[in-house]
Design a protein around this ligand. Structure first.
Ligand code: NAD
Length: 444
């Protein structure tokens, strides 16, 4: 074994470093940093749409992987005095459209690959709605149910400080996602503002109104889904009244969808949360159900419906199925058994590409996530715009703008030629981002 000279590095084997570098243990598969089930799903959807529009190879490569990713490890003091290390992420998918924008989640499964997939979808959601943002996503890997409010506050503040170098009101703006809401957004805003020496409310959206939040943000995603459903039903020549609906997830998104569809005369025949499912073919009283949930935290034990398993809810007979809980719920294992006429994706990435194929063969159309749940980021944009302009819009104004935005975007997807609605929505969005990429060209 020869010496590497004054570098102090040892050369290995007679062939030197070339032999070593050629060894497969040292080669990196392109894209392997992002490998995760969700990234596989997002990439497969992207490639299908990219093929459909004949996206040039150089732009395809640029859009397939995120531009910037930051992984941070940081300590948090627990209530008992112990110090625990946590891992956090922030991924910015494209920087060509303006600042990046995206949620921050606390969940045990948060990973670089998951954030990369969610950041990619955010880019296309914003492009489809014509919002001046690229996509981002972030989060901390943890089980928020096992942390106290004080521990979550210290975790959120330290995470904000750690990702500080790549965020900013004109650079990358945060928002709520799974297990984060107005409380966490307030802590992020305060931590960032302390560093800046002045209040910077535009660093996050989804803030409480008194800190610069907007009317209508809390219900924006669910209401946006309902506006999109209304446009789709008009296209299909269906009445909403009397339609049977199943909603998976009774959180921010699912609860609003159930309530708003019930208000419009639909019957919510099935619901599920993490504790289990409920079924009542005559319709579940959503007001009573939400009161029960507020008192008991979960839907389990509600006496206005039969208890069934949370997986059986997905295959309960209905006209409209709204998965609004988490990713990869409709797969090749259950897509053949769905007893619905229409799927509307409230959650991000609830349907795998294999399930998409099966649903297409069965003639069950899917209103894709990047369209259906884009009301959240749309009203986040309204909040950011009000912040930078020091304006305050009324609830009626926000709702009217959201309804128009969802109707226009849904109408554009429905009017696209041929193919499925997911590919149509992605094609419209990718074309917009590709055009911006081409116009900005390559620096230097
Ligand atoms: P949330 O944490 O408020 O609610 C999630 C709900 O799903 C809860 O009722 C929970 O009990 C339920 N759930 C969890 N695991 C389940 C399982 N295995 N089976 C059935 N139910 C289960 O989250 P949210 O903000 O409503 O987000 C839900 C989905 O919508 C996520 O995919 C999120 O990324 C997406 N989304 C949210 C927003 C937003 O503005 N909040 C915007 C766009 C997309």
């Amino acid at each position: 074994m020869s010496s590497g000279g004054d570098t102090g590095i040892e050369r290995r084997g007679s062939g030197g470093w070339d032999d070593v570098l050629a060894h497969e243990a040292y080669s990196v598969t392109p894209g392997s940093e992002w490998r995760s089930e969700l990234y596989r799903v997002a990439s497969a959807q992207f490639r299908r749409a990219a093929d459909a529009i004949g996206l040039p190879d150089d732009i395809r490569e640029r859009l397939e992987e995120p531009r910037r990713s930051l992984v941070v490890n940081f300590p948090v003091r627990r209530d008992n005095g112990d110090v625990q290390e946590f891992t956090g992420y922030r991924v910015q998918h494209t920087l060509v459209m303006g600042p990046t924008k995206g949620g921050i989640r606390l969940a045990p499964g948060v990973s670089l690959g998951e954030c990369a997939a969610l950041a990619m979808w955010m880019t296309y959601k914003c492009a489809l709605l014509g919002l001046p943002f690229g996509g981002a996503k972030g989060g901390v890997r943890c089980d928020p149910n096992r942390l106290s409010a004080g521990e979550i506050e210290r975790l959120m503040r330290r995470y904000t400080a750690e990702i500080g170098p790549i965020i900013g009101p004109d650079r990358d703006i945060g928002a709520p996602d799974m297990a984060t809401g107005e409380r966490e957004m307030s802590w992020i805003m305060d931590t960032y503002s302390q560093g800046a020496g002045q209040a910077v409310p535009e660093i996050v959206t989804g803030k409480p109104a008194v800190l610069g939040g907007t009317e209508g943000r809390r219900t924006a995603t669910g209401l946006g889904i309902v506006f999109s459903i209304e446009t789709v039903l008009e296209h299909l020549d269906w009445e909403i009244a009397g339609k049977k609906v199943v909603v998976q997830g009774v959180g921010n998104v699912g609860a609003t969808v159930a309530l708003e569809l019930e208000r419009r005369g639909a019957k919510i025949v099935g619901l599920a949360d993490v504790t289990g499912g409920l079924h009542n073919d005559d319709g579940i009283d959503i007001g009573a159900l939400l009161t029960h949930q507020a008192e008991n935290r979960f839907i389990r034990g509600f006496d206005g419906a039969d208890e069934i398993s949370k997986t059986d809810v997905l295959v309960a007979p209905c006209d409209i199925l709204v998965p609004a809980a988490l990713e990869c719920q409709i797969t090749d294992q259950n897509a053949g058994k769905l007893a619905t006429k229409l799927v509307v994706e409230g959650a991000n990435g609830p349907t795998t590409p294999e399930a998409d194929e099966i649903l297409a063969q069965r003639g069950i159309p899917v209103v894709p996530d990047i369209l259906a749940n884009s009301g959240g980021v749309t009203v986040s944009y309204y909040e950011w715009a009000q912040g930078v302009q020091r304006e305050s819009w009324s609830a009626e104004d926000v709702t009217a703008r959201l309804e128009k935005a969802m109707n226009v975007a849904t109408g554009r997807v429905l009017a696209a030629d041929g193919g499925d609605w997911r590919t149509a929505a992605l094609s419209i969005a990718i074309e917009r981002v590709a055009q911006a990429s081409a116009l900005r060209a390559i620096y230097p």
